[in-house]
Design a protein around this ligand. Structure first.
Ligand code: ADP
Ligand code: MG
Length: 332
């Protein structure tokens, strides 16, 4: 059973960034306005997500890390609406299977917090009182240490994994409104360094300025395209000739209904149209798709990173026309 569970877990938690992603999304689901991501050795030794969200109530302590335990799925139709980030109760159980999981949590109804440890099958193994503000801290030590092949790969690629994680955290820093994000890393003997720090502003514009700076923001122009009667996209894109991306897809962030997603086809289109307008540079693109789930069908892969529109070709066509129009009017 243990092996099967580990294999399945490996499908939700593919790497460092998907592990941290699940924890950050849990914090956002818990209504946190402050989320701190703490890494030791780029996450290789351990990582921790600290939030000031609603906390976990004691009646959930035992079941928290069991497979398919979730407090979020109200009924089956909720699977369609994707209102919360989590909905399958797989993240904590997967993290248990792949590393050493501990949780510290306190709700507003408790006067003290509780420290909880879980074994690799998600069973609660110890519980003690501790001091903490309302909120939750989840710590994962030695991710993948019980999957030798994955573990080796993880160590070998740690810089790349770390880069991917930072890019993902940038995506949340761009999209989250009113949420303070801090990420620190402590490597070797040096003191911990701040990797990312945002104040939790309330507009995409202010978030872009925080993450990339004013000079980068001034190279962007707003984008708005109605893609169909129910879908639209808005955001910012490099002005003609002012792309700052250093490589393909660098500094491109796509969101669907507020979640960071990979959209290779959209990215390809954006790069193609931009090149048509100018030069060898790649554009910065920060684009938010709004897709009412009742009308437009979306399908998600297990790690929730890839999203497919049911009516993809007509959406892409509408986007192409919209972007062409933006570039032709800004060239005029
Ligand atoms: P899901 O997010 O799909 O519900 P998870 O395995 O990610 O499943 O989390 C299991 C449950 O643990 C959640 O439904 C939630 O009740 C609780 N939980 C996890 N992280 C937090 C957090 N940071 N704050 C409050 N509750 C949390
Ligand atoms: Mg979750």
């Amino acid at each position: 059973k243990g092996v099967v569970h580990r294999i399945c877990a490996g499908q939700v938690i593919l790497d460092l960034s998907s592990a941290v992603k699940e924890l950050v999304e849990n914090s956002l689901d818990a209504g946190a306005t402050s989320i701190e991501i703490v890494l030791k050795e780029y996450g290789q030794e351990w990582f921790q997500v600290i939030d000031n969200g609603c906390g976990i109530s004691p009646n959930n302590f035992k079941v928290l890390a069991l497979k398919h335990h979730t407090s979020k799925l109200a009924d089956f139709h909720d699977l369609q609406s994707l209102a919360t980030f989590g909905f399958r109760g797989e993240a904590l159980s997967s993290l248990c299977a792949l590393g050493d999981l501990t949780v510290e949590t306190r709700t507003i109804n408790e006067s003290v917090a509780t420290h909880l440890s879980y074994d690799h099958t998600g069973v609660l193994t110890s519980e003690r009182k501790t001091a903490r503000q309302v909120g939750t801290t989840v710590t994962v030590k030695k991710l993948f240490s019980n999957l030798p092949v994955r573990s080796k790969e993880f160590c070998r690629n740690i810089r790349k994994e770390y880069g991917k994680l930072i890019s993902l955290l940038n995506a949340y820093a761009l999209i989250a409104k009113g949420v303070r994000l801090v990420c620190t890393n402590a490597a070797g003997k040096s003191a911990k360094s701040v990797v990312l720090k945002t104040q939790g502003s309330n507009s995409l514009k202010d978030n872009i300025i925080t993450v990339f700076g004013m000079s980068t923001f001034s190279c962007l122009e707003p984008v708005y395209v109605q893609l169909s009667n129910c879908c639209k996209v808005d955001g910012f894109l490099s002005k003609s000739g002012q792309g700052c991306g250093r490589s393909l897809g660098d500094r491109q962030f796509y969101f669907v209904n507020g979640r960071p997603v990979d959209m290779p086809k959209v990215s390809k289109l954006v790069n193609e149209l931009y090149k048509g307008a100018n030069s060898r540079q790649y554009p910065i693109a920060i684009m938010k798709f709004t897709v009412p789930t009742k009308e437009c069908d979306v399908n998600v892969t297990p790690d929730k990173r890839k999203i497919f529109f049911s009516d993809e070709s007509s959406i892409l066509l509408a986007l192409r026309e919209g972007l062409q129009q933006i570039y032709s009017s800004s060239n005029a």
